[in-house]
Design a protein around this ligand. Structure first.
Ligand code: PEP
Ligand code: MG
Length: 814
């Protein structure tokens, strides 16, 4: 644990309020900003002064943590004027020792802003536990508490084998912002990456190390890295980041021609499947310029209210059409827009003399920033929704053309830091984002609209040339920047065939599903929204509900749902399922699914803590009320228990059911390694098993499913996970009980032959996947599936399993 003290006296604001995306978007690292009221700047912790420029310095603490204090914004341009150094680089200092004296009057007149970020740099594996924020501090008072979580692992150690050179474009050389951008880019690649200039070398993954090289505009830097892709990406950034342009990073890179030796294939995370050939359209230069000062409180308040009302009306109009998912997302946007706290905070800023646009933007950014720092990945991904609203309100207030209104060329492939829901309209061929997550609303919408999407592709996508032809293959997770004619023709043909196939799949979806050699496989739907979703699932061919995530039905409320409320919700779904099997999973609250009405004790590892059936030991009534409600439902109801680790947990719940005179079928989820290993024991007490591969994979691989850096490595086709699935399936089949898979692996079409080959006879997937999965199963031969499954269990990696399936089964394109 490291405590960081305030290096100056002033008002502490969240980093999101800094009007510079390098700091506000935490590209440099996490921290806070101080609006100084006194020019004396002191060391925020004990350590050595690792870098000291006139306007900024870094202290390296004994633990290796580095704290950057950057006095004012764009102060590098002052070339030291207005600052006096009171210490020197390399000096050992104690917290509170004087380092700089800043002439605040001079800075106020000559710098872009006085606001001074204090950042934990190179902060991978570090987490800020506590921070002072929205309060006055005096120099030397508490500012941050940092936990060192251990160094983030390098994906692979590698020695530098590829070298490249680039000339620095940035007017002030490699100071804080260009260095941060280079470090962010470098961190995307495995192995050691070094930047060398005038005989001195630095780790390219450390912004402060780069800064310490003292590189000037026009200097040539050498980059060495283990791969060509890494050197290409860094060369692109070093050569492309000019001073004026990178004030807003994304547009900086957008209009520039791609450097000649830039990689022609960029990899990312598939967020919506499919392929496309199209024209690159950079969306990132869309920061709408706003004036800070208002034209009077009354006029600005009126303008803000009118803009919000106008957008609300537009969203409500649009929310009455389109599919259910789209309607729900737009309704959620209306609710966000109506958030009284958001509007009140913006109006408060107007009261302080700000313009409506400035006030709304800074308020939204603080909230978005809060979301981005949350542990729950789904909450982090909601930040994009707020930014989307901000952009639309600002467009209405300023008359600027918001991106959704911008005319796009036919077959546009959109490129941005993050694609926002309002970017998506029919006619778009695909999207690629440098950041963003696979479960963001934009990704969900894209999947529903059959728009292939790649996210997390890194900042180099922002350098893709506007108007260039791109080949996007989201199925295999890459975009080609210079596709050859044959690849383009092949993709076009696949896209046309896939559209025809989708139509056919939909028309065949409602009939039963058997493999080509006659083995019956049931395809169920995972539900969590209510009766309308269940009806839609049935229409898409779902033969039942394989898991109702009951916690999702009652998320946003302050009190637990009553028995009657639950009964009504469950009965509505049972009616929509019209006699089809209906598996109600008892509440799986905790870890990544917290609810406001249960107050959990602090836990160091919530994923290993109180969740699933374990919550019944603390809140027994929650479970009994739920069981009573489920027992009243008329339909083919089965109960399923999450996070089971041993048979006695099933027996205990069966006793509770018996005590209330209910004898519903009772199943266990296999989502802990223990449940997989003891599956033969579980089936003595459980009527059925359902394998939750999302949790099973996180526990088998010891990677938190919400982990920012590592969750991308969770692949349920890992042979270790497959061995547990095989064990559970064999155990259930041996006693003629069913083993289903309801985790995300069931919806992964590559997995279908393996799961069927392992003896799984029921797959439960999100409703939109049902038609395609059924069509894929109909093409399979069960003998070939068994052979492939046996072979998969002997492989070492999920990649090898995927390659095995690709080599043995023809996957049809979307
Ligand atoms: C799973 O873990 O695979 C599962 C289906 O449960 P959830 O995703 O709701 O935790
Ligand atoms: Mg689970």
């Amino acid at each position: 644990m490291v405590t960081v003290l305030a290096p100056m006296t002033g008002w502490v604001a969240p980093l999101g309020e800094v009007p510079d995306p390098v700091f506000a978007d935490k590209i440099m690292g996490d921290g806070v900003a101080i609006d100084p009221t006194d020019g004396r700047i002191v060391a925020p912790c004990n350590g050595v002064i690792a870098t000291l420029a006139a306007h900024a310095f870094t202290i390296r603490a004994a633990s290796g943590i580095e704290i950057l204090t950057h006095v004012g914004l764009d102060t590098v341009a002052l070339k030291g004027e207005g600052f006096k150094a009171l210490a020197r680089e390399g000096q050992v200092v104690k917290a509170g020792d004087p380092v700089l004296m800043a002439d605040l009057d001079f800075l106020a007149r000559n710098a872009k802003s006085l606001i001074s970020p204090v950042i934990v740099v190179g902060g991978e594996g570090l987490r800020i536990l506590r921070r002072a924020e929205n309060c006055e501090v005096v120099a030397g008072a508490f500012l941050l508490e940092i936990a060192a979580l251990g160094t983030a692992p390098e994906a692979a150690s590698g020695t530098a084998t590829v070298t490249a050179k680039a000339v620095v474009a940035s007017e002030h050389g490699l100071h804080a912002r260009p260095s941060a951008l280079i470090a962010t880019t470098a961190k995307r690649f495995a192995g050691e990456i070094t930047l060398t200039c005038r005989g001195r070398s630095a780790n390219a993954k450390s912004a402060t190390a780069i800064m310490s090289l003292g590189v000037h505009q026009g200097d040539e830097v050498a980059i060495s890295a283990p791969s060509r892709a890494a050197t290409d990406a860094i060369v692109a950034v070093v050569a492309a980041v000019g001073e004026r342009e990178h004030r807003v990073l994304a547009p900086a890179l957008a209009p520039r021609a791609l450097p000649s030796n830039t990689a022609t294939r960029i990899h990312g995370i598939a967020a919506a499947p499919g392929r496309a050939v199209g024209v690159a359209v950079q969306m990132s230069g869309r920061e709408i310029a706003v004036v800070e000062a208002g034209r009077g409180i009354a006029a600005e308040t009126k303008a803000l209210r009118e803009a919000i009302a106008q957008l609300r009306a537009r969203l409500e109009r649009t929310a009455t059409s389109g599919d259910r998912v789209r309607r729900e997302i737009l309704s959620a946007h209306v609710a966000l827009l109506d958030d009284p706290d958001l509007v009140a905070a913006a109006e408060k800023k107007i009261g302080e003399g700000k313009s409506a646009a400035f006030a709304f933007r800074s308020t939204v950014r603080v909230s978005a920033e809060r979301l981005r720092t949350m542990d729950d990945m789904r909450m982090r991904e909601r930040a994009g929704d707020l930014v989307d609203l901000e952009r639309q309100v600002l467009a209405l207030l300023t008359g600027a053309t918001a991106a959704p209104e911008r005319a796009l060329p036919p077959g546009a492939i959109l490129i941005a830091e993050e694609i926002l829901p309002s970017d998506l309209k029919s006619g778009i061929a695909g999207f690629v984002s440098s950041g963003g997550g696979p479960t963001s609303h934009a990704a969900i919408l894209a999947a529903g609209m059959n728009i292939p999407a790649l996210v997390g592709a890194g900042p180099q996508v922002l350098a893709i040339r506007e108007g260039g032809e791109l080949l996007l293959n989201a199925d295999d997770g890459f975009v080609d920047l210079a596709p050859d004619a044959a690849a383009v023709a092949d993709t076009r043909q696949r896209v046309a065939a896939a559209a025809a196939r989708r139509q056919r799949e939909q028309s065949e979806a409602v009939s039963d599903c058997v493999t080509a050699d006659g083995v019956r496989v049931e395809v169920f739907a995972n539900l969590g929204k209510g009766a309308a979703e269940a009806a839609e699932a049935v229409g898409l061919g779902a033969e039942g509900c394989g898991v109702l995530r009951t916690e999702f039905l009652f998320m946003d409320r302050e009190t637990p749902p009553s028995e009657d409320e639950q009964f009504a919700a469950y009965q509505g779904i049972a009616d929509a399922l019209a006699g089809r099997p209906f598996i109600i999973r008892t509440f799986d609250i905790g870890a990544d699914k917290p609810v406001p009405y249960l107050h959990f004790p602090p836990e160091d590892n919530p994923q290993l803590g109180l969740r699933g059936v374990r919550t019944a030991s603390v809140w027994p009534e929650l479970l009994t009320t739920q069981l009573k409600a489920a027992a009243r439902v008329k339909g083919q109801v089965r109960i399923m228990l999450p996070m089971i680790t041993a048979p006695h947990e099933i027996r205990a719940i069966r006793t509770v059911l018996a005590g209330m005179g209910a004898s519903l079928p009772l199943g266990a989820m296999v989502e802990t390694p223990s449940a997989g290993l003891l599956a033969d024991q579980l089936v003595a007490d459980a009527d059925f098993l359902s394998i939750g591969t999302n949790d099973l994979t996180q526990y088998v691989l010891a990677i938190d499913r919400g982990h920012r850096a590592l969750s991308g490595q969770l692949d349920a086709l890992h042979p270790a996970v497959l061995r547990l699935i095989a064990r559970a399936s064999d155990a259930a089949n041996a006693v003629h009980k069913s083993a289903a898979v309801c985790g995300g692996l069931a919806a992964d079409l590559v997995a279908a032959p393996i799961l069927i080959g392992l003896g799984i006879s029921e797959l439960s997937v999100p409703p939109p996947v049902v038609p395609r999965l059924k069509a894929a199963i109909r093409r399979l031969n069960s003998d070939a599936c068994r052979t492939a499954a046996r072979a998969a269990l002997e492989l070492e990696t999920p990649e090898a399993v995927r390659a095995l399936v690709k080599a043995n089964f023809v996957e049809e394109d979307r």
